[in-house]
Structures are given as structure tokens and as C-alpha cells.
Design a protein around this ligand. Structure first.
Ligand code: BEZ
Ligand code: FE
Length: 290
């Protein structure tokens, strides 16, 4: 097409993809182009606004490195990570719902016996909680030998890798369920924290008039061969920001209740939370029945 106009630009770019490309590339790019072009026309985007956006993306790239992916944070504050999770990880058999992984997971946390504490450093105002529960399959049978990775921020609102004053792998642990599918550990009552907002994601939050805060939560990654890995978070029912999480990751079913611990207990609170995981075999059965 030689004469590009407002009317034919989308068609021209779509038509340029005439090489032998996978069908999925075409499907994604045609839809993306249509939406992006329609969005620009809808808001009558100015040239200066486009340039500002390009500079903002450059800043997002500049601040990103192996430890920080600014593009993930940006996708989080516009609801895109949680949307990808909801589209791709839909529960099929009433298994526990997943939510975003976030940027703070670290593999190979300390392997701990059930009941251990993940607290390596005490903070002045921390409150402790014993978290326990059962992991069952979608038929209600306990699943033994499930790997349960847990991680949370410290009472100062920082994950250990953001804070040089915390020991390596503080507030992280890897547990394994026992014969009854039980897991148990001691952590701190999770506190709200702001997602990193000193970069391009923070600029976007300001542009959108939103705050950076997340409600207090504990992360879980629950893994066993032959089962769908469950990545989720449990929220404290009393925490702030449950109704306006900066990354839109809260689900009613993931809200847990901390109860004051009984007299003589070694923590301030206890919380029970059970999980249901789905075996790969269930999915195969479902596909065969269709
Ligand atoms: C988190 O839950 O750790 C998290 C999720 C998304 C963005 C930032 C943090
Ligand atoms: Fe988190």
C-alpha cells in the first residue's frame, strides 16, 4: 500500500504480515494492532503523548535488570498479570483459586520441618502467627509429600531481597505435607506494603491517581508431580487495602482469618487455611469426556 491514511493504516500493517508465521502470532498481532490503533483514534493521541510514552518505556527498560522487571510491575497495576492468571489458570474442578506470583519469589528457600518458624530476624512491632492446614485433592483425599513454598514481607513492609538488613531468605521456607496432607509453619502477621514505585510503574500509578499499596498477604506455591502447581496468596481478613489492592489480586476465597492464639501458645495468632489441588489425571478425564 503506497498511500497510507488514517483509514487504511490498520489494514496496511495487518497485510504486511504475509510471511510464513505461526497462526498464533497472526491471531495475537492482528487483534493487538486493531485494538492499539482503535485506542489511539479513540483518544486522538497527540504526537507528544506518543513520544512521552516511548520515553517512559525507555525508563522502564533502564530500571529493569535481573532482579527487577519493571514491565511486570506495570502489567500488575493495569490488571494484566491477574488477567493472564485468570485466563490461563481457570479452576476446572473446584481447586483453590490462584492469583499473581508477583516479583518477589525466590527458588530454593530453606527446607524446613513442618511446624518450623520462617522468622530469622525479629522486629520490634511484629505479631506472630502459626499457619496450618490441609492440602487435599479435588475428591477430598489428603495429599502427602506436597512441596509448599511460603514467603512474605517483613514488618517493615520489605521482602528480604529488598532489605540489606534482613538475613538471606528471611521469611521464606519450603515445607512438605505429612501423611494427612498437613502443612504448618510460624510466620509474622502479614502487613500491607507498597509495590516498588520509584520507577516507571510509580510514574504510571501517579498518572492514574492510584496508590501503590497491597493488602497484607502470605504467598504460597504448592507443587507436586502429577498435579497442577498452585500459585496463590492468603490475605488477612483484617488488613487494609483488600478492596483497593494496587495489583487487583484479591479473591474472596483467599481471605483467611487470624484468631488470637490459645493461652500458652507460642504465637500471637493462629490461622488455618486448607487448599485443594487438581491432579493432571482429572484434566485428562475431563478432556476424554468432552
Ligand atoms: C506481590 O504480591 O508480592 C506483588 C505482586 C505484584 C506486584 C508486586 C508485588
Ligand atoms: Fe507479596
Amino acid at each position: 500500500m503506497r498511500n497510507i491514511t488514517l483509514e487504511n493504516i490498520t489494514e496496511a500493517v495487518v497485510a504486511s504480515m504475509d510471511g510464513a508465521i505461526p497462526e498464533r502470532n497472526r491471531e495475537i498481532m492482528v487483534a493487538a494492532l486493531k485494538h492499539i490503533h482503535a485506542f489511539m483514534k479513540e483518544v486522538n493521541l497527540t504526537y507528544d503523548e506518543w513520544l512521552e510514552a516511548m520515553e517512559w518505556m525507555r525508563r522502564a527498560g533502564d530500571i529493569s535488570d535481573d532482579a527487577r522487571n519493571e514491565f511486570i510491575l506495570i502489567s500488575d497495576i493495569i490488571g494484566v498479570e491477574v488477567l493472564a492468571d485468570m485466563l490461563d489458570k481457570k479452576p476446572t474442578h473446584n481447586e483453590t483459586i490462584s492469583t499473581v506470583l508477583g516479583p518477589f519469589y525466590r527458588d530454593n528457600p530453606p527446607v524446613l520441618p513442618n511446624g518450623s518458624s520462617i522468622i530469622q530476624k525479629d522486629f520490634d512491632k511484629q505479631e506472630t502467627v502459626r499457619v496450618s492446614g490441609r492440602i487435599c485433592d479435588t475428591d477430598g483425599n489428603p495429599v502427602a509429600g506436597v512441596t509448599v513454598d511460603v514467603w512474605e514481607d517483613a514488618p517493615n513492609g520489605l521482602y528480604e531481597q529488598q532489605d540489606p538488613d534482613q538475613p538471606d531468605y528471611n521469611l521464606r521456607g519450603r515445607l512438605m505435607t505429612d501423611q494427612d496432607g498437613r502443612y504448618e509453619f510460624v510466620g509474622i502477621r502479614p502487613v500491607p506494603y507498597p509495590i516498588p514505585y520509584d520507577g516507571a510503574a510509580g510514574e504510571l500509578l501517579k498518572y492514574m491517581g492510584h496508590h501503590p499499596w497491597r493488602p497484607g498477604h502470605i504467598h504460597f506455591m504448592i507443587m507436586k508431580d502429577g498435579f497442577k502447581t498452585l500459585i496463590s496468596q492468603i490475605y488477612d481478613s483484617e488488613t487494609e487495602y483488600l478492596d483497593n489492592d494496587s495489583v487487583f489480586a484479591v479473591k474472596e476465597d483467599l481471605i483467611g482469618t487470624l484468631q488470637p492464639a490459645p493461652d500458652g501458645a507460642d504465637t500471637d495468632y493462629v490461622m488455618t487455611f486448607d487448599f485443594v489441588i487438581r491432579s493432571d489425571a482429572k484434566l485428562v478425564q475431563m478432556a476424554a469426556a468432552e
